[in-house]
Ligand binder design. Structure first.
Ligand code: SAH
Length: 263
């Protein structure tokens, strides 16, 4: 039995069945579970009955201090001899601050294991019928943060606009128009197919598609909000042929309507 150990666990993008076997084991072993805002609560039922749960939902704009507190919490609990599972949406090393936590623990000689998760930027498009690569429509793809698009310089935007086939933006919902403008200015055709997938892989999943320069309007009209992934590139055009999950999800949403749906 492990003691004084931390798992940095990826919980996957939303569908509880996308949890890995290793992630499940780390939940079953945990004395303390430190979890995020976007975690599907269903998977917490896999934990020990006497496990301690700490919710540390990170809300936009309230980041910095809280991350320090989370680091300290992981450290303190491990020092008490507990097995701690730090559970994050998607993959812990993709905009999950898992790298910071790993460094913090390593510097303090706390043993840990990183359990990769299925990341939203690949899974949400997949459930929307959009393969992030395809031999004929996209041989390269990049994961990009949509946060603070103005901080990227002209060269960076040109590299993304001209050098990468498929662009997947996380955390970009408040910046869709700015992102599209910068890509078009940097040389990406304004008619490039684009999509936004909200609550990907869950029964609340919704998808809109539009040419790049009109995506923000489509999003506004449909009321698509966080959490959502933006995908830009010719692969989006495959959705009509590949789409498989959204029909099922739409049906589930319809069935759920009479009892209310707080999504
Ligand atoms: N570590 C996570 C990402 C955390 S950053 C991962 O690997 O998936 C949070 C961003 O992830 C959100 O702003 C949104 O862009 C995206 N996201 C997370 N879950 C999502 C989901 N179910 N559907 C669409 N986007 C999601």
């Amino acid at each position: 039995m492990k003691k004084g150990f931390v798992y940095l666990t990826g919980a996957g993008p939303g569908d509880p069945k996308l949890l890995t076997i290793r992630a499940l084991e780390s939940l079953q072993e945990a004395d303390v579970v430190v979890y995020d805002r976007l975690i599907n609560k269903e998977i917490l039922q896999e934990c020990k009955e006497d496990a301690e749960f700490v919710f540390c939902g990170k809300f936009p704009k309230n980041h910095t201090l809280r991350q320090e507190q989370i680091n300290e919490l992981l450290y303190e609990k491990a020092r008490e001899g507990k097995v701690v599972t730090r559970l994050k949406g998607g993959d812990p090393f993709v905009y999950g601050r898992g790298g910071e936590e790993a460094v913090y623990l390593k510097e303090r000689s706390i043993p840990f294991e990183v359990i990769p998760g299925v990341t939203a930027g690949i899974a949400a498009p997949a459930y929307a019928g959009i393969p992030v690569t395809h031999r004929d429509f996209g041989g390269t793809f990049a994961i990009v943060t949509g946060h603070l698009p103005h901080k990227k310089n002209k060269e960076q935007w040109e590299a993304l606009a001209k050098g990468i086939d498929t662009l997947v933006f996380y955390m970009g919902m408040s910046q869709v128009e700015a992102i599209a403008d910068m890509l078009v200015t940097a040389g990406r055709p304004k008619e490039t197919p684009a999509a936004a997938v909200e609550w990907g892989t869950t029964t609340h999943q919704r998808t809109v598609t539009a040419p790049l320069h009109l995506l923000h309007k489509e999003i506004e009209q449909a009321g698509i909000a966080n959490p959502a992934i933006i995908i830009i590139g010719d692969v989006v055009g495959l959705r009509d042929k590949v789409s498989w999950f959204s029909e099922q999800a739409d049906q589930l949403i319809k069935k759920a309507e009479p009892t209310g749906n707080e999504a």
